[in-house]
Design a binder for this molecule. Structure first.
Ligand code: CP3
Length: 344
């Protein structure tokens, strides 16, 4: 049967007059209804693990804007938590985790096969969403890429240069690789379960891929993405995969072919005309309006939105931001972006 959903058609390689559109972090603090539900849940992690409320915040931007896709509301750091790391969020600062820098720390983690008990509420959220989403809206599941997840597990927090993870990679490569392998295995099982219960697409977020260069990029960004994509497609042959090796620069070229992903998501720094010429020939592109336009709005937002739509109009394209929308964004600017994409 011919695929009707716009997002799935783009991922299957179809060029459309109006690209499908969704937005990273579309359920988030810029929306008053999100802030209200988050207050009801208590804190961020309680919201992630409360299936009814997590489904509710996933649906909020769909109701308000009619995006073509909904992304499951959860976080990439739930996988480390399910493996046994401690995880908490410090308001105004970000995530904190127990650190993994020695064999003894690593030995405390559980096996990948044990993650589901912790992650069951997430699968429940997916089930609710696949019942409740409008029939034209695609449900996207996701996980962090092993390198990005490892950077948080090793440092115990976000870091500007991923220094602690690079240090471990050099000083105790065997431990670093064992950690990456454990995360990779858990990620395959986690995404596979999301697909079994209703995710129609999965996205792999490698937010810190750009700090890996040359052979290290190949070994720790490209190869894990290939392993995850291959394993998922063995189990679920028709599942489309979106890869997001953020700030990969020139290393974006050939990434889709080398990993088997159906689409690459581009960050803010990539020139759309360059990407149309060098990356889109391998398949679908997602991106890449700079998130700052959601704060500043105006004619610049309209012009830049049109430039991106135009650059990618000769091939399959999913319109999105180059990074997540920020809490200071104006919800009216999101509507202006959508109207510009849909009405020209
Ligand atoms: O896109 C979506 O709306 C789906 C849900 C989603 C969240 N985080 C919700 C969230 C997704 C896909 C993520 C991915 C994620 N989480 C990444 C990769 C993408 C990226 O942003 O680079 C990373 C690195 C994380 C880890 C994480 N989670 C950090 C560093 C933070 C703190 C920074 C911040 O924005 O506050 C979070 C918290 C987080 N994850 C929020 C949301 C909506 C804000 C939490 C709140 O309500 O206070």
């Amino acid at each position: 049967m011919a695929e009707q959903k716009k997002l799935l058609r783009a991922l299957a390689g179809e060029t459309q007059d109006v690209p499908p559109i969704w937005m990273m972090r579309q359920a988030g603090r810029y929306l008053p209804e999100y802030r209200a539900t988050r207050a009801e849940a208590g804190d961020f992690l309680s919201l992630c693990y409360n299936s009814d409320l997590a489904a509710e915040v996933t649906l909020q931007p769909i109701r308000r804007y009619g995006f073509d896709a909904a992304i499951l509301f959860a976080d990439i750091l739930l996988v480390p938590q399910a493996l046994g790391a401690d995880l908490w969020f410090v308001t105004g600062e970000g995530p904190r985790l127990s650190t993994i820098t020695t064999e003894a720390d690593f030995a405390k983690l559980g096996p990948a096969s044990d993650i589901h008990e912790t992650l069951n509420p997430i699968y429940e959220t997916v089930k609710i969403l696949s019942r409740e989403l409008p029939s034209e809206t695609t449900l996207i599941g996701f996980a962090g890429a092993p390198w990005t997840v490892a950077t948080y597990m090793i440092a115990g927090r976000g870091t500007p240069d991923q220094g602690p993870a690079h240090a471990l990679r050099e000083e105790n490569n065997a431990l670093f690789e064992a950690l990456l392998a454990r995360i990779t295995e858990a990620t395959i099982d986690y995404l596979s379960k999301q697909i079994e219960v209703g995710a129609e697409v999965v996205k792999i977020f490698d937010s810190w891929a750009g700090s890996l260069k040359g052979e290290a990029f190949h070994k720790y960004a490209l190869t894990p993405c290939l392993q995850i994509t291959q394993a998922l497609k063995e189990r679920h042959p028709h599942i489309p995969v979106i890869g997001f090796p953020r700030e990969a620069g020139d290393q974006y070229v050939g990434f889709a072919k080398a990993t088997g992903v159906d689409c690459v998501a581009l960050d803010n720094s990539v020139d759309p005309e360059w990407a149309a010429a060098n990356i889109q020939r391998d398949g679908c592109i997602q991106g890449n309006l700079a998130s700052r336009h959601m704060v500043s709005g105006g004619q610049e937002l309209v012009d830049e939105t049109r430039r991106i739509v135009n650059a990618f109009k000769k091939g399959p394209h999913i319109f999105n931001l180059g990074h997540g929308i920020t809490p200071d964004a104006n919800p009216d600017n999101v509507q202006l972006m959508i109207d510009t994409v849909r009405n020209g």
